[in-house]
Design a protein around this ligand. Structure first.
Ligand code: PEP
Length: 248
């Protein structure tokens, strides 16, 4: 298997300083390897979007944000950042519905945020995933279905929406789902999109404790289109190692 067209999306969360831009050097060189067709996207904090965009200008790495406001353009919303502002900085993607933001965001608000991002022609990475308690109560499918259907409600064209399946209990814990569970849940997401007549070719990623040790096994799951990577993506050597090990 190659990693052609496989997504490697780096979610930097609240990490990084103005000096962090230098830690893209090796990844930029790696991304220029002739036959590498992996799609590399960095989502740094808002403060670093512009410098990351400038730094990656002559590469095929793209930049995104980690959230946006429900209003696509401008307004009296202290502390908020809109999709238009992200686009103005050169961002092309936005993560919406990450579990670390879901405390302040219900599915309705997430749906509005997705609309705002699509209005500005940004690509959306919609995160969905069950908590440990849901898993224990056998409610994974119920949660995933609800997050998908309510998050994507009334959206007709999903060609710019990527789904990231991130079990909350897997984020930052070093624990990943079994191969069987992962296959099953990704298949369930795909079928739910199909049954609800949503875009059936949506890319579906996995996120949660991806690292150089588990990437080979994760790559064996043939219905995964890529990975959303938190902690491991902030260290360029480790991030490159993951991408290298994803190629057999
Ligand atoms: C994330 O927060 O999106 C994530 C996948 O984190 P980590 O890789 O650190 O588990």
């Amino acid at each position: 298997m190659t990693n052609n067209n496989i997504y490697f999306i780096a979610n930097w969360k609240m990490f990084g300083s103005t000096k962090s831009v230098n830690s893209l050097n090796k990844v930029i060189s790696y991304s220029k390897i002739k036959k590498l067709k992996a799609k590399i996207i960095y989502c740094p904090p808002y403060t670093l979007i512009k410098s990351f965009v400038n730094k990656t200008k002559n590469s095929n790495i793209e930049i995104g944000a980690q959230d946006c406001h429900v209003q696509p353009k401008y307004g009296p919303f202290t502390g908020a950042i809109s999709s238009k502002m992200i686009k103005d900085l050169g961002g092309k993607f936005v993560i919406i519905g990450h579990s670390e933001t879901r405390l302040e965001n219900d599915n309705k608000k997430i749906n509005s945020k997705i609309k705002s991002a699509l209005d500005e022609k940004l690509n959306v990475i919609l995160c969905i995933g069950e908590k440990l308690i849901d898993k224990k109560k056998n409610k994974t499918k119920f949660v995933l279905r609800k997050q998908l259907l309510q998050g994507l409600k009334n959206l007709k064209n999903l060609s710019k929406v990527i789904i990231a399946y991130e079990p909350v209990w897997s984020i930052g814990t070093g624990i990943i789902p079994t191969e069987n569970d992962l296959k099953k849940n990704i298949r369930f997401i795909r079928n739910t999109l199909k049954i609800s007549k949503k875009f059936t070719k949506s890319k579906i990623l996995y996120g949660g404790s991806v690292n150089p040790k588990n990437i080979k096994n994760l790559m064996r799951i043939d219905n995964i289109d890529g990975f959303l990577i938190g902690g491991a993506s902030t260290n360029e050597k480790i991030f490159i190692d993951i991408m290298k090990k994803s190629i057999n």
